[in-house]
Design a binder for this molecule. Structure first.
Ligand code: SF4
Ligand code: SF4
Length: 438
């Protein structure tokens, strides 16, 4: 099977972000395969656990991409703590064209644009794709999942994730896609009181979820239980309208948010202090005024570290992104940019970022528990990826076996879905529920 078809059939999507279908990243002209094992969000150890337990499977996935594309080189990019724990050294060959690249211990080094710059020394032009500098980027877990498909014909129906934060025993665990968070927490003895919130993903860019109704998705890299009264939670809980109103009235235009913005430091024409200065009314009349907002990676440095006035330029920018999306507008240019000389002095050490978010005390290396798959019920979403929803291929009441295809990819950008437990299905408009036969 051709690589593109193989990746699609396996149901591969980006395992820690928005869920971009992996096959769609394969483009002509790539020179380097960049594997993101940076895990730049604090408290997450998912990639670390996969590399510790399953490095050979990850390397199988990488080799499959190299063989299928003709790319000669792959760089497995990891932070110093991962390299140290796994006894990897910078430049070390792992065989088959893959070498280790040790990244600076800073945030947000896993942002695709920052990662590519650190890996191959090239800046992707603002608004362009990684392929424009000859790079394709995949996450460690994506390569692990591809390796499983090649070795065992096993499509994506299990998910590795970190369960951490303010819990007694942080762990990394592998569970069926669609596992209810409430079932998982019950199994792990975790209760969530009114003083805490639960985040799907990392503390900086993850999203607040309702643990009573949420499920583990192909994109769930972590479930973090965090107190509501720390910056990591407050930045997500604050009323966005209030945040934007505060920005319009309290900003002193000190430019600190721009000075510390990682995309600005890479030479991108993104200046959050100017975004804050622009009135929403004017942006609505002329959305092109704020088109640079689409260059923001959403790291949150401007809101949680840079601004001393309690303003969130990120919230303002998110509003502009929404406005631009409605108008189908995004920034793009053919002009190269130069990395700013001050970047190397202004990168944010991970320890400083953890303190800014109020999460340093929760950063306990987790126990790697491995796989738990005996859940009675899973709920598999049909649209937890970028692109068109998957189309069910099973009927209500049918019995399916683990690994069986239960939904096809739609035409256009989309992926299929597979059963993660054996049982009877109920097909709803947005998900397929599978209940184990008792
Ligand atoms: S850091 Fe805060 S006060 Fe300073 S320019 Fe940015 S938003 Fe305004
Ligand atoms: S969230 Fe703020 S600091 Fe981060 S890229 Fe966007 S504007 Fe820059």
């Amino acid at each position: 099977m051709e690589l593109r078809e193989l990746m699609k059939e396996a149901g591969l999507v980006g395992a820690g972000g928005a869920g971009f279908p992996s096959y769609a990243k394969l483009n002509e002209g790539a020179k380097t395969l960049v594997i993101n094992g940076s895990e730049c969000e604090p408290l997450l150890y998912t990639d670390y656990a996969i590399l510790e337990r399953e490095l050979d499977t990850v390397l199988t996935g990488i080799k499959t991409v190299l063989d299928g594309t003709g790319i000669k080189n792959a760089l497995l990019c990891v932070k110093p703590h991962t390299a140290k724990s796994l006894s990897l050294s910078d430049g070390e060959s792992l065989g088959g064209g893959t070498r280790v690249k040790i990244l600076p211990d800073s945030y947000p080094i896993g942002d695709e644009i920052s990662l590519i710059f650190e890996a191959i020394g090239k800046v992707v032009r603002p608004g362009a794709l990684p392929i424009s500098v000859g790079a394709i980027v995949y996450n460690v877990e994506t390569m692990y999942n591809l390796g499983r498909y090649v070795l065992y014909s096993e499509p994506v129906f299990m998910k590795w994730l970190t369960v951490g934060g303010d819990v007694k025993s942080p762990c990394v665990i592998k569970v069926p896609v669609g596992t209810r968070v409430s079932d998982l927490f019950k199994r792990l003895g975790i209760t969530v009181d009114g003083e805490h919130t639960v985040i799907d993903g990392g503390p900086s860019m993850g999203k607040i979820i309702n643990p009573a109704t949420a499920t583990v998705k192909k994109t769930t890299s972590g479930l973090l239980v965090l107190p509501k009264n720390i910056q990591a939670s407050e930045a997500k809980l604050i009323n966005e309208k209030l945040s934007v109103a505060r920005a319009e009235t309290a900003c002193c235009q000190c430019t600190r948010c721009t000075d510390m913005c990682p995309r600005h430091l890479l030479g991108y024409p993104l200046e959050p202090h100017k975004m804050v200065r622009t009135a929403m009314g004017a942006a609505k009349a002329m959305p092109e005024m704020v088109i640079n907002a689409t260059l923001c990676c959403g790291c949150g440095i401007c809101e949680s570290l840079a601004c001393s006035q309690g303003i969130s330029p990120k919230a303002v920018i998110n509003n502009y992104k929404e406005l631009l999306s409605q108008n189908k507008m995004r920034y793009s240019t053919n002009t190269d940019v130069d990395v700013r000389a001050e970047r190397e002095y202004r990168m944010i050490p991970t320890a400083k970022w953890k303190s800014a978010l109020g999460i340093a005390k929760f950063d306990t290396p987790p126990v790697i528990l491995g796989e738990i798959s005996d859940f009675d019920r899973v709920e598999i979403p049909l649209s937890a990826h970028i692109g068109a929803p998957s189309v069910p291929t099973v009927k209500n009441g049918a019995t399916v076996r683990t690994g069986e295809k239960i939904a096809d990819a739609s035409s256009g950008l989309s992926v299929p879905q597979h059963a993660s437990v054996t049982g009877h299905v109920s097909v709803l408009s947005d998900k397929i529920i599978i209940c184990k036969v008792k």
